[in-house]
Design a protein around this ligand. Structure first.
Ligand code: ZN
Ligand code: ZN
Length: 778
């Protein structure tokens, strides 16, 4: 027998190997194997078995890794799809489906020495006092790690050996499973009663899980123009994909749901009960949550529900804060079928849950679901494809759905489920927009607090209520600038100004992490002005100004600079929850899913910060962020109030967010997308060339453009833009040029692109990357 193997070294090719007699029956599709390659031994994955090979003199497989095939045939198929669709080599796609800790040659189980009591008959042999004490502990526990015993009994290994000699105990290595949440004490929870909207949503999801396809979901309540548009596109319009694109509702139209639920509408309870139903059907579930929202609180809610009762199962957690060992053990709990529910960030979509009944993608609009390095997959879109491949129901949840997903509902590709009332009957917070241009006119060059916000904060402090202040920029000041000669401190590696961090007295680059000391005078030789100034605003400066305005307030800052240790995040939130902090200042880290009943005020310092990014999704991102942040206010008994400070207060993204009007925002934004032929009315492939020599990169980009025109000229409706310098031309010492391709369908485009990128000759020090459906244009 022959095994076809994809090697881990990047070769974009599969190789045939002999299965030696000694390994007969052990090698299967999905097995991880070690094979000879030239002089080396390399790891790979078996992707097919065959009777014969076109090649002669095949070398034999050296060994098989792991007792079980690590990549199941279903995951292998998914990896193949990722390679094809996202235009990357199969070995790159395959690598992403197994956690690093699982791919290693050595099994990653942790073995500890365990002491175990042995059965004995008759009298207990004569023991010294000390030996007797130790024996009593072992007798009571029956079995425990040696290390723990030594600590417990305050004794040495010699004593234990004596007991072993007397035939009372055995000491042997044993696998000790790591449990990242082993120290938590989790109280079991019961299903909560559902309100009408929740019950309706759950019923629709359950029906789909039963294979019943509901004819009628909620049609999006849109005004006529959009509906007309939607109708137009339904008849042969763009995005009417035929095969293999992440969004193809045609095969199983009612299996993908978009659960549009406002903040506090009780989405999680619907998820929990849908998962329970999957378990009842003998199937498992995957829950994707953005890394930043994967707090212990979130994990506990899932663990609590399934920790006991007839549906009891292990809930495995996969995210980047686990140690390699913990990740290894969690993954194997899933592969062995002991954990039937997986909750995790992006890559948890590859968890080998089988059979899979349900995939939930919470906060589906989050762009962190898109991986920034190859394979550049979007976990939400992979979820939809995996759902189709395995017949699993997919639920995308969000308070601010992505335009793409909402559009797919209007196309009948997804079924829309709406929960527009807060489950707790709390009112939506009142949102007040403050025109910062007025504050600017009255005085300082960088106004931070409008009189209105200042007043509101003072009120909250008087009433012992809490406030959250939000600014999506860390550091103290954006730039260090000389008012005399105009010098701006820039990063030597990136085309970006450095941010001033006052507490550390340093200038930092937020792209490459370069830091340098603050110059005492203007570095310009001819100027040397000592009065060099900071302008712009970051969270550090908000915190400092706040402390001056309200000297008695207890203020804490939460951003990546403030969090130094692993548990800082949890500790600060814990302090805030119990009222040890009055005002929390932070970046987007505090925008998500946090629930504090005593917070009655949210202040957004500069709402238009993200509006002027060179990205067609800038408005959408701003709308989403404002809605999310505003949702933090008024989750308790007192009505919440939100102050949105903005320099462009009449921008639609800000105005629609003020009225909590998703449908209104959608309608105006989708019109703009259609006019300019941006997604969802097209699909984008972004080609980026990078290298240290700008001229060479530019020249290569021109060459690439000509090749693209030659190779892809036949693709209908192809729009080519560029080459142009990337918005951030130089990052980490590399110059970057981009070409943007837009087409109605991606499948043909990515196929031709894969061929082109394999064939094209580029200078050695210029690299090309392809990003399909990019989330970021930086
Ligand atoms: Zn100067
Ligand atoms: Zn830099």
């Amino acid at each position: 027998m022959i095994a076809r193997v994809t090697l881990e070294i990047a070769l974009r090719k599969e190789f045939d190997y002999l299965i030696p007699p000694g390994l007969t029956g052990q090698v299967d599709v999905g097995s991880r194997v070690q094979v000879p390659f030239g002089q080396r031994k390399v790891l790979g994955c078996v992707t097919a078995l065959a009777e014969e090979s076109a090649h002669t003199r095949l070398k034999p497989i050296l060994k098989v890794i792991g007792a079980q095939t690590l990549v199941t045939p279903k995951i292998l198929k998914l990896a193949r799809w990722i390679g094809d669709y996202y235009c990357c080599a199969p070995e790159v796609a395959l690598k992403s489906v197994l956690p690093e800790a699982v791919r290693h040659e050595q099994a990653g189980w942790r073995e500890l020495l365990y002491v175990r009591a042995l059965p004995f008959s008759g009298e207990l042999p004569k023991l010294a006092k000390r030996q007797k004490d130790v024996w009593h502990i072992i007798e009571e526990r029956r079995e425990l790690p040696l290390k723990e015993l030594l600590e417990l009994a305050q004794t040495t290994a010699v004593t234990i050996r004596r007991l072993e000699d007397k035939g009372l105990v055995s000491v042997a290595p044993q696998i000790s499973e790591r449990d990242p949440y082993g120290r938590e004490h989790i109280l079991p929870s019961q299903p909560l009663p559902l309100n009408d909207a929740q019950a309706k949503a759950l019923a629709a999801i359950k029906a789909a899980m039963n294979g019943v396809i509901e004819a009628e979901g909620d049609k999006p309540a849109l005004v006529s123009r959009t509906e007309a548009l939607a109708h137009l596109h339904a008849v042969g319009g763009p995005h009417n994909s035929k095969a293999d694109e992440p969004v193809n509702g045609k095969k199983t139209p009612a299996r993908t749901f978009l659960l549009h639920g406002v903040t506090g509408s009780g989405k999680t309870e619907v998820y929990l009960q849908a998962i329970a139903y999957a378990l009842e059907q003998g199937k498992g579930a995957i829950v994707l949550v953005p890394e930043i929202s994967l707090t212990p609180q979130t994990v506990e809610r899932f663990k609590a529900r399934f920790s006991s009762g007839s549906l009891q199962t292990l809930v495995a957690v996969l995210h980047s804060h686990l140690s390699a060992g913990e990740r290894h053990d969690e993954w194997h709990k899933i592969r062995q079928g002991r954990a039937r529910i997986v909750i995790g960030a992006r890559s948890a979509i590859f968890a080998p849950v089988e059979p899979l009944g349900l995939i939930i993608v919470d906060e589906e609009h989050e762009h962190t679901y898109k991986q920034q390095e190859a394979p550049r997959y979007h976990a939400r879109d992979v979820a939809i494809v995996r759902g189709q491949m395995e017949g699993a129901t997919v639920v995308l949840g969000s308070a601010t759905p992505s335009l793409e997903s909402f559009y797919n509902c209007s196309q009948g590709k997804y079924t829309l489920l709406r929960m527009i009332e807060r489950a707790d009957d709390k009112k939506m917070p009142v949102v007040r927009i403050v025109d910062m241009r007025q504050t600017l006119r009255k005085g300082t060059s960088t106004p931070i607090f409008s009189p209105q916000l200042k007043e509101a904060i003072a009120q909250r402090l008087d009433r012992s209520e809490q406030a959250i202040l939000f600014l999506n920029r860390r550091g103290y000041a954006t730039i260090l600038q000389c008012p005399l000669c105009g010098f701006v401190a820039g990063c030597p590696n990136c085309s970006l100004s450095l941010t001033f961090h006052r507490q550390e007295q340093k200038l930092c680059c937020h792209v490459c992490a370069h830091t340098e000391p603050v110059p005492p005078v203007c570095p310009n030789e001819k100027c040397r002005n000592p009065a060099i100034r900071y302008s712009g605003l970051g969270t550090q400066r908000v915190e400092e100004t706040l402390a001056k305005l309200f000297p008695h307030a207890r203020i804490k800052r939460m951003d990546s600079d403030a969090l130094k240790r692993k548990d800082d995040f949890r500790r600060i939130l814990g302090d805030f929850r119990v009222g040890k902090i009055d005002i929390l200042v932070g970046t987007q880290m505090i925008a998500k899913g946090l629930h504090f009943p005593n917070v009655t005020l949210v202040g957004i310092i500069y709402a238009d910060l993200a509006l002027h990014q060179p990205d067609f999704r800038a408005s959408e991102r701003t709308f989403q962020l404002l809605t999310q942040v505003a949702g933090r206010a008024g989750r308790g008994d007192v009505e919440g109030e939100v102050f949105v400070q903005a320099f462009t207060p009449f921008h639609p993204a800000i105005q629609y967010a003020r009225r909590h009007d998703f449908a209104g925002f959608y309608e105006q934004e989708i019109g703009f997308r259609e006019q300019l032929k941006y997604p969802p009315f097209s699909r984008i492939a972004l080609l980026t060339l990078k290298g240290r020599n700008e001229e060479k990169v530019k020249f290569s980009a021109e060459h690439l453009k000509r090749e693209v025109e030659k190779a892809l000229g036949g693709i209908k409706d192809l729009v080519l833009a560029g080459p142009a310098p990337a918005p951030l031309l130089r990052a980490q010492t590399y110059y970057r040029y981009q070409i943007m391709l837009r087409a109605r369908r991606m499948t043909a485009l990515s196929k031709s692109l894969a061929e082109l990128t394999r064939a094209i000759a580029l200078p050695e020090d210029v690299t090309l990357s392809v990003d399909i459906d990019p989330a970021d244009f930086g």
